[in-house]
Write a protein that binds this ligand. Sequence first.
Ligand code: PMP
Ligand code: GLN
Length: 409
Amino acid sequence: MSEDGTRSIDGYTSEDGGDVSTERPLLNRRLNGFGTTIFAEMSALATTTGAINLGQGFPDTDGPEAIREAAVRALREGKGNQYPPGPGVPELRAAISAHQERFHGLSPDPDTEVLVTAGATEAIAAAMLALLEPGDEVIAFEPFYDSYTACIAMAGAKHVPLTLRAPSFRPDLDELRSKITPRTRLLLLNTPHNPTGTVLTREELTAIAALAVERDLLVVTDEVYEHLVYDDSAHIPIATFPGMHERTVTISSAGKTFSFTGWKVGWITGSSALVAAVRTAKQYLTYVSSGPFQYAIAEALHLPETYFDGIRADMRRKRDLLGDGLRAAGFEVYQPQGTYFITTDITPLGEKDAYAFCRTLPERCGVVAIPNSVFYDDPDAGRSQVRFAFCKQDDVLHEATNRLRRLAS
Ligand code: PMP
Ligand code: GLN
């Protein structure tokens, strides 16, 4: 193997008929350009520099003690220590269904319309691999959560971005209509939206659903931040709209709702035909995962309303705390209606390039953030946008914003 990671492949025939060695990159061309995820890159930078990590979205305190104890109990009682059933343990599938009913009025059949996955990440991958043919087009909001483009590429399909533009980051529905072609197979939605914090309104969802029905499109909707919506915004699953049950795969995850991102318990719900299709791909990815944690999350999904109200109120307060600090430090702040994240613009600080800014921010201020430019097909579109996570302890957020004030001086 050569130093640049290429490998000689023997047996290729040159035009004059002789055998030659041809250099071929190890990484297949579908993944060309994907490299290391920005989250891994920036978290590694936080570790090596000791900076405060407001990059990758994970809370710095664990979720409810009773749920941690439920996981310990499951381990001790030998529940889930061996392969759980492929679709997920029955207790968790029933709890997912009951949760969908309690919060959204949906009632997926736990046996045929629910599938447990290794986090939402696997659900996204399995959905793309199961539902797409090479050459299909997938319309997804941009800026996008980075695994979308990688999974679309792995399925051999084409990503067609629909740009959410600052300052409002609302989808332009006429533009959406204009992007649908005969090759469009699927709309990949994300609400509440990472990284902008946009929460789709009932009007927007009504229009998108009508378009999906009219053009006979599948919809995969990533709703991992379903409980993290603030102020007057409300999360409404698009699966609740007329004609959507049979064409929608709804994805969610315990990571954000219960502050256990490392447990990797996610799920999909949808019609039995869609769930069966996604299960076909999923069983060859991880087959199963997170055995004992599945039992614990089954308990978490039954927590009383006060838990869900509490985390929402807590995160809203943190959003405001970080938002005020970022404004004071000179950033332009785009107020998010949901998620863990605030997107900012660094232009008022005299900065232009989000990636360069984030690379040097640990040295300059001891803080790590994420450049939104990597979430665009055209990096120029988000060139000066930087994302900060507020799912951290209050004193950490105070300290981070105090440090960021150095930028203004
Ligand atoms: N979708 C979005 C929009 C996310 O921000 C994340 C990161 N948490 C995921 C999916 C992945 O979720 P999980 O950790 O459950 O795999
Ligand atoms: N969803 C998290 C974020 O947006 C990161 C998850 C990951 O590292 N893949 O920051």
